[in-house]
Ligand binder design. Sequence first.
Ligand SMILES: *Cc1c(COP(=O)(O)O)cnc(C)c1O
Length: 375
Amino acid sequence: MLRETSEKIQFIDLKAQYALVGSRIDESIRRVLQHGQYILGPEVVELEAKLAQYVGARHCITVASGTDGLVMALMALKVGPGDEVVVPGFSFFATAEAVCLVGAKPVFVDIDPNTYNLDSSKLEKAITKNTKAILPVGLYGQCAEMDEINRIAKNYNLIVVEDAAQSFGGTYKGRKSCALSAIGVTSFFPAKPLGCYGDGGAVFTDSDDWAKSLREIRVHGQSQRYYHTRLGITGRLDTLQAAVLLVKLDVFDEEMRLRQKVARKYDEALGGVVSTPKVLDHNVSAFAQYTIEVEQRDKFQKELDAVGVPTAVHYPTPMYRQPALREYARTNDGADLHLEVSENASARVVSLPFHPYLSDRQIEFITKSVRKVLS
Ligand SMILES: *Cc1c(COP(=O)(O)O)cnc(C)c1O
Protein backbone atom coordinates (compact mmCIF):
# COMPACT_ATOMS: atom_id res chain seq x y z
CA MET A 1 0.00 0.00 0.00
CA LEU A 2 1.09 3.55 -0.66
CA ARG A 3 1.50 5.69 2.37
CA GLU A 4 -0.78 8.58 1.55
CA THR A 5 1.11 11.21 3.49
CA SER A 6 4.61 10.65 2.16
CA GLU A 7 3.89 9.32 -1.30
CA LYS A 8 0.69 10.90 -2.50
CA ILE A 9 0.82 10.71 -6.28
CA GLN A 10 1.08 14.08 -7.99
CA PHE A 11 0.16 14.55 -11.64
CA ILE A 12 3.46 16.37 -12.08
CA ASP A 13 5.70 16.43 -9.01
CA LEU A 14 7.77 19.61 -9.01
CA LYS A 15 8.59 19.22 -5.32
CA ALA A 16 10.45 15.96 -5.97
CA GLN A 17 12.70 17.82 -8.38
CA TYR A 18 13.17 20.69 -5.93
CA ALA A 19 14.21 18.22 -3.25
CA LEU A 20 17.11 17.21 -5.52
CA VAL A 21 18.33 20.55 -6.88
CA GLY A 22 16.71 23.01 -4.48
CA SER A 23 19.87 24.22 -2.77
CA ARG A 24 21.51 24.99 -6.14
CA ILE A 25 18.40 26.81 -7.31
CA ASP A 26 18.28 28.85 -4.08
CA GLU A 27 21.91 29.80 -4.58
CA SER A 28 21.37 30.72 -8.23
CA ILE A 29 18.38 32.91 -7.30
CA ARG A 30 20.36 34.56 -4.49
CA ARG A 31 23.10 35.53 -6.94
CA VAL A 32 20.51 37.43 -9.00
CA LEU A 33 19.13 39.16 -5.89
CA GLN A 34 22.67 40.24 -5.06
CA HIS A 35 23.67 41.63 -8.47
CA GLY A 36 20.19 43.08 -9.06
CA GLN A 37 20.11 42.91 -12.88
CA TYR A 38 16.56 41.62 -13.03
CA ILE A 39 16.01 42.43 -16.69
CA LEU A 40 18.24 40.74 -19.29
CA GLY A 41 20.92 40.05 -16.70
CA PRO A 42 23.98 37.82 -17.15
CA GLU A 43 21.99 34.63 -16.41
CA VAL A 44 19.78 35.33 -19.45
CA VAL A 45 22.84 35.70 -21.67
CA GLU A 46 24.39 32.51 -20.29
CA LEU A 47 21.13 30.56 -20.61
CA GLU A 48 20.62 31.63 -24.24
CA ALA A 49 24.11 30.43 -25.17
CA LYS A 50 23.56 27.11 -23.41
CA LEU A 51 20.09 26.55 -24.89
CA ALA A 52 21.27 27.35 -28.42
CA GLN A 53 24.08 24.86 -28.01
CA TYR A 54 21.76 22.27 -26.49
CA VAL A 55 19.28 22.25 -29.38
CA GLY A 56 21.88 22.97 -32.07
CA ALA A 57 20.55 26.30 -33.32
CA ARG A 58 22.60 29.42 -34.11
CA HIS A 59 20.44 31.75 -32.04
CA CYS A 60 18.29 31.48 -28.93
CA ILE A 61 16.11 34.40 -27.89
CA THR A 62 14.49 33.77 -24.51
CA VAL A 63 10.99 35.23 -24.10
CA ALA A 64 8.29 35.79 -21.49
CA SER A 65 6.19 32.74 -22.43
CA GLY A 66 5.70 30.17 -25.16
CA THR A 67 2.70 32.10 -26.43
CA ASP A 68 4.72 35.31 -26.65
CA GLY A 69 7.38 33.34 -28.50
CA LEU A 70 4.86 32.17 -31.09
CA VAL A 71 3.42 35.67 -31.52
CA MET A 72 6.91 37.19 -31.76
CA ALA A 73 8.03 34.58 -34.31
CA LEU A 74 5.01 35.40 -36.49
CA MET A 75 5.70 39.14 -36.05
CA ALA A 76 9.33 38.65 -37.09
CA LEU A 77 8.11 36.81 -40.20
CA LYS A 78 5.70 39.69 -40.90
CA VAL A 79 2.69 37.36 -40.84
CA GLY A 80 -0.44 39.48 -40.47
CA PRO A 81 -3.91 40.35 -41.79
CA GLY A 82 -4.74 38.56 -45.05
CA ASP A 83 -2.26 35.77 -44.35
CA GLU A 84 -3.11 32.18 -43.51
CA VAL A 85 -1.16 29.87 -41.22
CA VAL A 86 -1.76 26.12 -41.26
CA VAL A 87 -2.12 24.58 -37.79
CA PRO A 88 -3.24 21.15 -36.54
CA GLY A 89 -6.86 20.89 -35.38
CA PHE A 90 -5.82 19.41 -32.06
CA SER A 91 -3.36 21.22 -29.77
CA PHE A 92 -3.30 23.58 -26.82
CA PHE A 93 -5.30 26.72 -27.69
CA ALA A 94 -2.20 28.97 -27.84
CA THR A 95 -1.10 27.47 -31.16
CA ALA A 96 -4.07 28.94 -33.05
CA GLU A 97 -4.43 31.90 -30.70
CA ALA A 98 -0.98 33.21 -31.65
CA VAL A 99 -1.98 33.19 -35.32
CA CYS A 100 -5.15 35.19 -34.56
CA LEU A 101 -3.28 37.64 -32.31
CA VAL A 102 -1.15 38.82 -35.26
CA GLY A 103 -4.32 39.21 -37.33
CA ALA A 104 -3.80 36.17 -39.55
CA LYS A 105 -6.19 33.28 -40.15
CA PRO A 106 -5.57 29.80 -38.74
CA VAL A 107 -6.36 27.00 -41.20
CA PHE A 108 -6.91 23.70 -39.43
CA VAL A 109 -5.62 20.37 -40.71
CA ASP A 110 -6.44 17.03 -39.14
CA ILE A 111 -3.92 15.06 -37.10
CA ASP A 112 -2.39 11.63 -37.48
CA PRO A 113 -4.23 9.17 -35.18
CA ASN A 114 -0.97 7.57 -34.01
CA THR A 115 1.10 10.63 -33.13
CA TYR A 116 -1.65 13.29 -32.64
CA ASN A 117 0.48 15.59 -34.79
CA LEU A 118 -0.38 17.41 -37.99
CA ASP A 119 -1.06 14.82 -40.71
CA SER A 120 1.42 15.83 -43.41
CA SER A 121 -0.51 13.85 -46.04
CA LYS A 122 -3.41 16.31 -45.58
CA LEU A 123 -1.24 19.42 -45.54
CA GLU A 124 -1.08 20.32 -49.24
CA LYS A 125 -4.86 20.54 -49.60
CA ALA A 126 -4.94 23.29 -46.95
CA ILE A 127 -2.43 25.53 -48.73
CA THR A 128 -3.84 28.53 -50.65
CA LYS A 129 -2.32 31.58 -52.30
CA ASN A 130 -2.63 33.35 -48.92
CA THR A 131 -0.73 30.76 -46.90
CA LYS A 132 2.41 32.23 -45.33
CA ALA A 133 3.51 29.65 -42.77
CA ILE A 134 2.95 26.19 -41.33
CA LEU A 135 2.85 25.78 -37.55
CA PRO A 136 3.20 22.09 -36.63
CA VAL A 137 3.15 21.07 -32.96
CA GLY A 138 5.11 18.31 -31.20
CA LEU A 139 2.16 17.24 -29.08
CA TYR A 140 2.82 15.36 -25.83
CA GLY A 141 6.54 15.61 -26.57
CA GLN A 142 6.86 13.83 -29.93
CA CYS A 143 7.89 15.92 -32.96
CA ALA A 144 5.72 16.09 -36.07
CA GLU A 145 6.96 14.71 -39.42
CA MET A 146 9.24 17.70 -39.91
CA ASP A 147 11.16 16.53 -43.02
CA GLU A 148 7.94 16.02 -44.96
CA ILE A 149 6.47 19.30 -43.67
CA ASN A 150 9.67 21.21 -44.55
CA ARG A 151 9.69 19.64 -48.02
CA ILE A 152 6.12 20.72 -48.74
CA ALA A 153 6.81 24.18 -47.29
CA LYS A 154 9.80 24.60 -49.59
CA ASN A 155 7.70 23.70 -52.66
CA TYR A 156 5.20 26.44 -51.81
CA ASN A 157 7.73 28.94 -50.46
CA LEU A 158 6.28 28.80 -46.92
CA ILE A 159 8.01 29.14 -43.58
CA VAL A 160 7.75 26.42 -40.94
CA VAL A 161 7.52 27.49 -37.29
CA GLU A 162 7.71 24.54 -34.90
CA ASP A 163 5.52 24.82 -31.80
CA ALA A 164 7.88 22.88 -29.56
CA ALA A 165 6.25 23.95 -26.28
CA GLN A 166 5.85 20.28 -25.31
CA SER A 167 8.70 18.69 -27.26
CA PHE A 168 11.80 20.46 -25.89
CA GLY A 169 14.32 17.68 -25.28
CA GLY A 170 12.68 15.37 -27.80
CA THR A 171 14.51 14.36 -30.96
CA TYR A 172 13.50 13.72 -34.56
CA LYS A 173 15.88 11.54 -36.61
CA GLY A 174 18.59 12.33 -34.08
CA ARG A 175 18.12 16.11 -34.25
CA LYS A 176 16.72 18.13 -31.38
CA SER A 177 13.27 19.67 -31.35
CA CYS A 178 13.40 23.49 -31.76
CA ALA A 179 16.11 23.18 -34.44
CA LEU A 180 14.07 21.28 -37.03
CA SER A 181 12.75 24.18 -39.13
CA ALA A 182 13.20 27.90 -39.82
CA ILE A 183 12.05 28.87 -36.33
CA GLY A 184 11.33 26.77 -33.23
CA VAL A 185 9.45 28.01 -30.17
CA THR A 186 9.29 26.40 -26.75
CA SER A 187 7.73 27.14 -23.37
CA PHE A 188 9.18 26.96 -19.87
CA PHE A 189 5.78 26.88 -18.12
CA PRO A 190 6.40 24.88 -14.91
CA ALA A 191 4.67 21.72 -16.15
CA LYS A 192 6.59 21.50 -19.47
CA PRO A 193 9.57 19.14 -19.79
CA LEU A 194 11.97 22.01 -18.99
CA GLY A 195 10.01 24.30 -16.70
CA CYS A 196 10.88 27.41 -14.71
CA TYR A 197 9.06 28.78 -11.63
CA GLY A 198 6.71 31.05 -13.53
CA ASP A 199 6.22 31.81 -17.20
CA GLY A 200 8.95 31.68 -19.78
CA GLY A 201 9.89 30.49 -23.23
CA ALA A 202 12.47 30.62 -26.00
CA VAL A 203 12.67 31.07 -29.77
CA PHE A 204 15.37 29.39 -31.84
CA THR A 205 16.56 30.16 -35.35
CA ASP A 206 19.65 29.95 -37.56
CA SER A 207 18.74 33.21 -39.29
CA ASP A 208 20.74 36.27 -38.20
CA ASP A 209 18.02 38.58 -39.57
CA TRP A 210 15.13 36.94 -37.74
CA ALA A 211 17.19 36.74 -34.55
CA LYS A 212 17.85 40.49 -34.76
CA SER A 213 14.13 41.14 -35.36
CA LEU A 214 13.17 38.94 -32.41
CA ARG A 215 15.61 40.72 -30.09
CA GLU A 216 14.08 44.05 -31.12
CA ILE A 217 10.48 42.85 -30.86
CA ARG A 218 11.28 41.60 -27.34
CA VAL A 219 11.98 45.20 -26.21
CA HIS A 220 9.23 47.18 -27.94
CA GLY A 221 10.93 47.20 -31.30
CA GLN A 222 13.96 49.15 -30.12
CA SER A 223 17.07 48.88 -32.27
CA GLN A 224 18.74 51.40 -29.94
CA ARG A 225 17.58 52.81 -26.65
CA TYR A 226 14.32 54.76 -27.16
CA TYR A 227 14.60 54.38 -30.92
CA HIS A 228 11.71 52.16 -32.02
CA THR A 229 12.10 50.86 -35.56
CA ARG A 230 9.06 48.59 -35.35
CA LEU A 231 6.28 47.56 -32.97
CA GLY A 232 7.16 45.03 -30.31
CA ILE A 233 6.07 43.91 -26.87
CA THR A 234 7.47 43.38 -23.37
CA GLY A 235 8.61 39.90 -24.32
CA ARG A 236 11.59 39.16 -22.08
CA LEU A 237 12.33 36.17 -19.87
CA ASP A 238 13.28 37.62 -16.50
CA THR A 239 16.69 36.99 -14.96
CA LEU A 240 15.29 35.09 -11.97
CA GLN A 241 13.66 32.52 -14.25
CA ALA A 242 16.88 32.21 -16.24
CA ALA A 243 18.73 31.51 -12.97
CA VAL A 244 16.27 28.70 -12.20
CA LEU A 245 16.52 27.29 -15.72
CA LEU A 246 20.34 27.22 -15.68
CA VAL A 247 20.25 24.77 -12.77
CA LYS A 248 17.44 22.70 -14.25
CA LEU A 249 19.17 22.51 -17.63
CA ASP A 250 22.13 20.90 -15.89
CA VAL A 251 20.01 17.92 -14.81
CA PHE A 252 17.75 17.90 -17.88
CA ASP A 253 19.50 15.10 -19.79
CA GLU A 254 19.27 12.89 -16.73
CA GLU A 255 15.58 13.76 -16.38
CA MET A 256 15.02 12.89 -20.04
CA ARG A 257 16.58 9.48 -19.39
CA LEU A 258 14.28 9.00 -16.41
CA ARG A 259 11.27 10.05 -18.51
CA GLN A 260 12.08 7.31 -21.04
CA LYS A 261 12.35 4.80 -18.22
CA VAL A 262 8.98 5.76 -16.71
CA ALA A 263 7.35 5.63 -20.16
CA ARG A 264 8.79 2.16 -20.83
CA LYS A 265 7.41 0.88 -17.54
CA TYR A 266 3.99 2.32 -18.31
CA ASP A 267 4.12 0.76 -21.81
CA GLU A 268 5.01 -2.65 -20.42
CA ALA A 269 2.29 -2.62 -17.78
CA LEU A 270 -0.48 -1.15 -19.93
CA GLY A 271 0.37 -2.22 -23.48
CA GLY A 272 -1.99 -5.18 -23.47
CA VAL A 273 -5.01 -3.41 -22.06
CA VAL A 274 -5.15 0.07 -23.51
CA SER A 275 -3.92 2.17 -26.43
CA THR A 276 -0.55 3.54 -25.21
CA PRO A 277 1.51 6.33 -26.86
CA LYS A 278 3.00 5.37 -30.21
CA VAL A 279 6.41 6.93 -30.58
CA LEU A 280 7.76 6.45 -34.10
CA ASP A 281 11.12 4.68 -34.42
CA HIS A 282 12.95 7.81 -35.56
CA ASN A 283 11.61 9.88 -32.64
CA VAL A 284 12.45 10.24 -28.97
CA SER A 285 9.54 11.82 -27.12
CA ALA A 286 10.09 14.31 -24.32
CA PHE A 287 6.89 12.89 -22.77
CA ALA A 288 5.42 16.20 -21.74
CA GLN A 289 2.42 13.96 -21.17
CA TYR A 290 1.85 10.21 -21.14
CA THR A 291 -1.51 10.06 -22.87
CA ILE A 292 -3.71 7.03 -23.49
CA GLU A 293 -7.15 6.62 -25.06
CA VAL A 294 -10.14 5.21 -23.20
CA GLU A 295 -13.87 4.87 -23.71
CA GLN A 296 -16.08 6.34 -20.96
CA ARG A 297 -13.39 8.79 -19.96
CA ASP A 298 -15.38 10.54 -17.21
CA LYS A 299 -15.97 7.29 -15.39
CA PHE A 300 -12.33 6.29 -15.87
CA GLN A 301 -11.09 9.54 -14.35
CA LYS A 302 -13.54 9.45 -11.47
CA GLU A 303 -12.62 5.89 -10.49
CA LEU A 304 -8.90 6.61 -10.62
CA ASP A 305 -9.34 9.80 -8.64
CA ALA A 306 -11.15 7.80 -5.96
CA VAL A 307 -8.04 5.67 -5.39
CA GLY A 308 -5.68 8.64 -5.43
CA VAL A 309 -4.51 8.64 -9.05
CA PRO A 310 -4.89 12.09 -10.64
CA THR A 311 -5.45 12.34 -14.40
CA ALA A 312 -5.96 15.20 -16.85
CA VAL A 313 -7.40 15.69 -20.33
CA HIS A 314 -5.19 17.35 -22.95
CA TYR A 315 -7.45 18.54 -24.59
CA PRO A 316 -11.22 18.03 -24.36
CA THR A 317 -12.01 20.13 -27.45
CA PRO A 318 -10.39 20.55 -30.87
CA MET A 319 -9.11 24.14 -31.16
CA TYR A 320 -11.58 25.08 -33.92
CA ARG A 321 -14.50 24.14 -31.61
CA GLN A 322 -13.51 26.84 -29.11
CA PRO A 323 -15.99 29.73 -29.04
CA ALA A 324 -13.18 32.26 -29.58
CA LEU A 325 -12.23 30.61 -32.87
CA ARG A 326 -15.75 30.06 -34.20
CA GLU A 327 -15.24 32.22 -37.27
CA TYR A 328 -12.39 29.97 -38.44
CA ALA A 329 -14.31 26.69 -38.02
CA ARG A 330 -15.39 26.62 -41.68
CA THR A 331 -14.03 24.90 -44.75
CA ASN A 332 -13.22 26.97 -47.86
CA ASP A 333 -16.72 26.29 -49.25
CA GLY A 334 -18.35 27.49 -46.03
CA ALA A 335 -19.25 24.09 -44.55
CA ASP A 336 -18.89 23.32 -40.85
CA LEU A 337 -15.34 22.15 -40.18
CA HIS A 338 -15.21 18.58 -38.89
CA LEU A 339 -11.82 16.90 -38.51
CA GLU A 340 -12.56 13.29 -37.68
CA VAL A 341 -9.31 12.32 -36.00
CA SER A 342 -9.13 15.52 -33.93
CA GLU A 343 -12.72 15.00 -32.77
CA ASN A 344 -12.06 11.37 -31.81
CA ALA A 345 -8.87 12.24 -29.95
CA SER A 346 -10.47 15.04 -27.96
CA ALA A 347 -13.25 12.67 -26.88
CA ARG A 348 -10.95 9.86 -25.75
CA VAL A 349 -7.51 11.06 -24.64
CA VAL A 350 -6.52 11.10 -20.99
CA SER A 351 -3.07 11.68 -19.47
CA LEU A 352 -1.65 9.73 -16.54
CA PRO A 353 0.62 11.16 -13.82
CA PHE A 354 4.02 11.65 -15.40
CA HIS A 355 7.32 13.10 -14.22
CA PRO A 356 10.90 11.85 -13.99
CA TYR A 357 10.67 11.07 -10.28
CA LEU A 358 7.78 8.59 -10.23
CA SER A 359 8.93 5.65 -8.13
CA ASP A 360 8.57 2.04 -9.24
CA ARG A 361 5.98 1.58 -6.50
CA GLN A 362 3.97 4.52 -7.69
CA ILE A 363 4.10 3.32 -11.29
CA GLU A 364 2.98 -0.12 -10.16
CA PHE A 365 0.12 1.34 -8.15
CA ILE A 366 -1.00 3.58 -11.02
CA THR A 367 -0.85 0.87 -13.69
CA LYS A 368 -2.59 -1.69 -11.45
CA SER A 369 -5.32 0.84 -10.74
CA VAL A 370 -5.71 1.60 -14.46
CA ARG A 371 -5.99 -2.11 -15.29
CA LYS A 372 -8.54 -2.61 -12.55
CA VAL A 373 -10.69 0.32 -13.66
CA LEU A 374 -10.62 -0.91 -17.25
CA SER A 375 -11.43 -4.54 -16.44
C1 LIG B 1 2.05 25.35 -23.30
C2 LIG B 1 1.86 25.47 -24.74
C3 LIG B 1 1.94 26.70 -25.42
C4 LIG B 1 2.03 28.02 -24.70
O1 LIG B 1 3.08 28.15 -23.83
P1 LIG B 1 2.95 29.20 -22.61
O2 LIG B 1 4.35 29.30 -22.10
O3 LIG B 1 2.01 28.62 -21.62
O4 LIG B 1 2.47 30.49 -23.17
C5 LIG B 1 1.83 26.71 -26.79
N1 LIG B 1 1.64 25.58 -27.49
C6 LIG B 1 1.55 24.38 -26.89
C7 LIG B 1 1.37 23.17 -27.73
C8 LIG B 1 1.64 24.28 -25.50
O5 LIG B 1 1.52 23.10 -24.90
